[in-house]
Design a protein around this ligand. Structure first.
Ligand code: BGC
Length: 700
C-alpha cells in the first residue's frame, strides 16, 4: 500500500455519497465512515441507511480504487435499530445479562441488514452523577453491573465472536475512560480521578469488555487530570494496549482529534494528528487531521512510519475478520424480512417489562380490571418519546403507547385518556374513574449527549399536576418515565403507587401495562441510587467509609438540611409479594488461597403472588492497604418464586471476587475479615463474616 492508502484506512468521514465523493472513493481516501445526523446525534433522527445505498458506496470503493479495499460502515446502534429496546439504563434495571445480550443480538441482526457492520456501543462509563445526561446510555452507577452487562452486549453485537457472519457487527467499548466523572455532570467537562478509583471502578468494565473480545474501543472527549483522552499515552498505549492487551483499532470520538486545539494542546490539526496517533488513536473520526497531515508528518520524521503501518494493519485486520473482503455487500431484501419481526417485538416487550421498577405500592397494584380507568399525563399517549435518546432508526408509528396498551388489555372497561394538557379536564375524568394512572417524566431531549440538568426533580409543573390528581382520585398510580435517576422526594406520598420506568422503547406501552396489571411480575431494580434531592449527588452505594461513620439510627447527620441516605437505594425494586431472607450460611468460615467458599441464603416468597427476586451479593473488606467501599456488588441471581415457595440461593466466593487493584497496579486480597451480605438491595439483607487467611488451613 502507498502511504496515502494506509492513511486512508485511518480517516473516517461522515455520510459519504457515492456520486459526490466518487473521486475520494477511487483514491481510497477514507477507509471507514459513520452514518450520523450530526455532532451530537443522539436525539436527532435522520433518514437512516439502506442496504442499497451502502452497497453503492461499497461498489465504488471496491471497483474504482486501486486495491479495492472495502469500507467499514458505522452507525450508533445503541439500544436497538428499527426495534428499539429500553435505553441501556432501563436494560440495566433488569439486572439480566441474557436479555441484554439478546437485545444487542437483535439490534445487530437488524442493523447489518441495512449495511451497518460497526456500532459505537456499548457505552461502559460508570455513571454516578445523574445530572449528566449520558447516564441514560450507561448501565448505571455500579462497575460490576457495567462489566457484567457491557460484556453481554459485546457478545450480542459480535454474535459471540463469530464476526464474519453477515448478521454480526463490531462493537465499540466507549468512552475510554472516566467520562462518567464529568465535573458537575456537565457533558465534556474535565475529570479528576486518582489511580485506585480509576482502575477499580472506571477501567473495570473496559477490562471486562476486552476480555469479552470487543473489536474496537473509542477514546473519550474529556481531559483526565489535564490530559485529553485523545492524547493520553499512559492510558491508551501503556494500559489499553500494553496491560489489557487490546489489539483492535481505537477510534477517536467525533472530531476529538481536532478538539485538541480547544483543549490547548495543539495550535492546528497537524499537531493534533501527531499527538493523537502517538497516543494510540488509530482512526480519526471526522476531523480529517490524519488525512491532511499524516503522510507529511511521516515524511518529515515527526511521526514514525511504523505507527501508521500498525494502525492501518489493525483496521484492515478488522475488515478481514468481518468477512468484508469476501463479501462487502448486503442483501437488499434482508431488511424487510428482519426488521421489527414479531419475535423482535416480543423480546422488546419482555425487555420493557423488565425495565419497570416498582418503588412503592400501597396495595393498589397489581390492578384488577376496573370499571373505569383514566390514563393521563404527558407520556400517556406519547410514542416517539418512549424510545428515549439515541434512537436514530426508531419510528414513532411503531410505538405502542401506554394508553393504547391499556385500551387493548381492558377492552371490557371504560378507558378514558388525555395527555394532561388541560389539567382541569383531567381532574374531572380522574374523579369519575375507579383508578387513575398518571404517566409523567422526562422528554428524551433532557437526557443523552450534551443534555445535563441542574435539578433532578421531575420537569416543571408535574408534581403540582400529580398532587392535584391525588386529591380527587380514588386510587392513583404514578408512573414516571425517565432517561435518568430522578429525585422523587415530592412524590413520596403522592398517590397509592410509584413506578419508575427508564424510557422503555417500542413496546413500552405493553411492557408497562403487563407489569401494572400483574400479567408479568415486577422485577426491575434500580441500577442507580435515587437521591432525595439533587444536592446529595454524587450518592452511590459503593462509597468509601469515612473515619467517622454515622450511626444509622442516630440524630446527627452530615447534611444539616437533609438525610444522608438515598430515597431509594441501588438495587431496590418491589415485587407483588414480600420476600424474606435468612442466612447467610458459609460452606467454610475461612477462605485460603486457591479455595472457594459457598455463601447461601434462603429466600422465601411469603405472599400470594409469584415473584422474580433479584438476589444480590455484596462484600465489604474490613482490612486492606487502601480504604475499600462499604459495599461492593459481586454477584446477582434472579430467582423465580411461586407463592409460598422458598429457595436456597448459592454464590461462590474466591479471592478473585474479593480482590482489588492497589495504587501500584497489583491485584490484591489481603488476609482479614470480610462482611458477606446477601440482599434485595444495597441498603439491606442478611450478613455474616468470612475470614480470608494467608495460608490454606492444613489437615488437623
Ligand atoms: C458521541 C459518541 C458517538 C459519536 C458518533 C459523539 O458525539 O460522544 O458516543 O458514538 O458522537 O456519533
Amino acid at each position: 500500500m502507498t502511504p496515502e492508502e494506509k492513511v486512508g484506512q485511518l480517516h473516517q468521514v461522515a455520510n459519504p455519497d457515492p456520486h459526490r465523493d466518487a473521486a475520494a472513493l477511487a483514491a481510497a481516501e477514507f477507509g471507514t465512515c459513520i452514518v450520523a445526523s450530526g455532532e451530537h446525534a443522539g436525539n436527532v433522527r435522520d433518514a437512516g441507511t439502506q442496504a442499497a445505498a451502502v452497497n453503492a458506496l461499497q461498489r465504488a470503493a471496491v471497483e474504482t480504487s486501486r486495491l479495492g479495499v472495502p469500507l467499514l460502515v458505522a452507525r450508533d446502534v445503541i439500544h436497538g435499530h428499527r426495534t428499539v429496546f429500553p435505553i441501556p439504563l432501563g436494560q440495566a434495571a433488569g439486572f439480566d445479562a441474557q436479555i441484554v445480550r439478546d437485545c444487542a443480538r437483535v439490534a445487530a441482526r437488524e442493523a447489518t441488514a441495512d449495511g451497518i457492520r460497526w456500532t459505537f456501543a456499548p457505552m461502559l462509563d460508570v455513571a454516578q452523577d445523574p445530572r449528566w445526561g449520558r447516564v441514560a446510555e450507561s448501565w448505571g452507577e455500579d462497575a460490576w453491573l457495567a462489566s457484567h452487562l457491557g460484556s453481554a452486549a459485546v457478545a450480542g453485537f459480535q454474535d459471540g465472536g463469530r464476526l464474519a457472519g453477515p448478521e454480526a457487527m463490531a462493537a465499540c467499548a466507549k468512552h475510554y475512560v472516566g467520562y462518567g466523572l464529568a465535573q458537575g455532570g456537565r457533558d465534556y467537562a474535565e475529570v479528576d480521578v486518582g489511580p485506585v478509583t480509576l482502575h477499580n471502578r472506571h477501567l473495570r468494565p473496559f477490562r471486562a469488555a476486552v476480555d469479552a473480545g470487543v473489536a474496537t474501543v473509542m477514546s473519550a472527549f474529556h481531559t483526565l487530570d489535564g490530559t485529553p483522552m485523545t492524547a493520553h499515552v499512559p492510558l491508551l498505549r501503556d494500559h489499553l494496549r500494553g496491560e489489557l492487551g487490546f489489539t483492535g483499532p481505537v477510534v477517536s470520538d467525533w472530531d476529538a482529534v481536532g478538539e485538541l486545539r480547544q483543549h490547548g494542546l495543539a495550535t492546528g490539526t497537524r499537531d493534533a494528528a501527531a499527538l493523537a496517533l502517538r497516543a494510540g488513536v488509530d482512526i480519526d473520526m471526522v476531523t480529517g487531521a490524519y488525512h491532511e497531515h499524516l503522510t507529511g508528518l511521516v515524511r518529515s520524521g515527526t511521526v514514525p512510519a511504523a505507527l501508521v503501518d500498525e494502525a492501518a494493519y489493525r483496521v484492515l485486520l478488522l475488515k478481514l475478520r468481518l468477512g468484508l473482503f469476501e463479501d462487502p455487500y448486503t442483501d437488499p431484501g434482508r431488511a424487510a424480512a428482519v426488521h421489527l419481526t414479531p419475535d423482535h417485538r416480543a423480546l422488546a416487550r419482555r425487555a420493557a417489562a423488565g425495565a419497570v421498577v416498582l418503588l412503592r405500592n400501597d396495595g393498589v397494584l397489581p390492578l384488577t380490571e376496573p370499571r373505569r380507568l383514566h390514563v393521563t399525563g404527558a407520556l400517556a399517549t406519547a410514542s416517539a418519546e418512549l424510545l428515549g435518546t439515541w434512537t436514530l432508526d426508531g419510528r414513532a408509528e411503531d410505538v405502542v403507547t401506554i394508553a393504547d396498551a391499556f385500551r387493548e388489555r381492558y377492552a371490557g372497561a371504560v378507558v378514558t385518556v388525555d395527555d394532561g394538557r388541560f389539567p382541569d379536564e383531567s381532574l374531572v375524568r380522574a374523579r369519575e374513574a375507579d383508578v387513575v394512572v398518571a404517566c409523567v417524566g422526562e422528554h428524551p431531549v433532557r437526557s443523552g449527549e450534551a443534555n445535563s440538568v441542574t435539578s433532578l426533580e421531575p420537569p416543571p409543573g408535574q408534581v403540582e399536576q400529580l398532587t392535584a390528581l391525588a386529591r380527587v382520585s380514588r386510587r392513583l398510580v404514578v408512573v414516571v418515565l425517565t432517561g435518568r435517576p430522578l429525585a422523587l422526594e415530592r412524590l413520596a406520598d403522592v398517590g397509592e403507587a410509584l413506578v419508575l420506568v427508564f424510557h422503555p422503547g417500542v413496546e413500552g406501552g405493553h411492557g408497562v401495562v403487563d407489569v401494572l396489571t400483574g400479567d408479568v411480575p415486577p422485577s426491575g431494580r434500580l441500577p442507580a441510587s435515587l437521591p432525595w434531592t439533587t444536592g446529595q449527588v454524587p450518592l452511590h452505594h459503593d462509597q468509601r467509609p469515612t473515619g467517622r461513620p454515622l450511626d444509622p439510627d442516630g440524630t446527627v447527620g452530615r447534611y444539616r438540611d437533609h438525610r444522608d441516605t438515598p430515597q431509594y437505594p441501588f438495587g431496590h425494586g418491589l415485587g407483588y409479594s414480600p420476600v424474606s431472607y435468612e442466612g447467610v450460611l458459609l460452606s467454610a468460615a475461612e477462605l485460603g488461597p486457591g479455595e472457594t467458599v459457598r455463601a447461601s441464603a434462603r429466600v422465601t416468597n411469603t405472599g400470594s403472588r409469584p415473584v422474580l427476586e433479584t438476589v444480590q451479593l455484596y462484600v465489604r473488606a474490613h482490612l486492606a492497604a487502601i480504604s475499600r467501599p462499604v459495599g461492593e456488588l459481586v454477584g446477582v441471581r434472579r430467582v423465580p418464586l411461586a407463592p409460598g415457595e422458598s429457595a436456597e440461593v448459592v454464590f461462590e466466593l474466591d479471592r478473585r471476587t474479593l480482590s482489588y487493584r492497589d495504587a501500584a497496579g497489583r491485584e490484591r486480597c489481603e488476609a482479614g475479615p470480610f462482611t458477606v451480605r446477601i440482599a434485595p438491595h444495597a441498603g439491606g439483607g442478611v450478613t455474616t463474616r468470612l475470614r480470608v487467611t494467608d495460608e490454606a488451613p492444613g489437615p488437623t
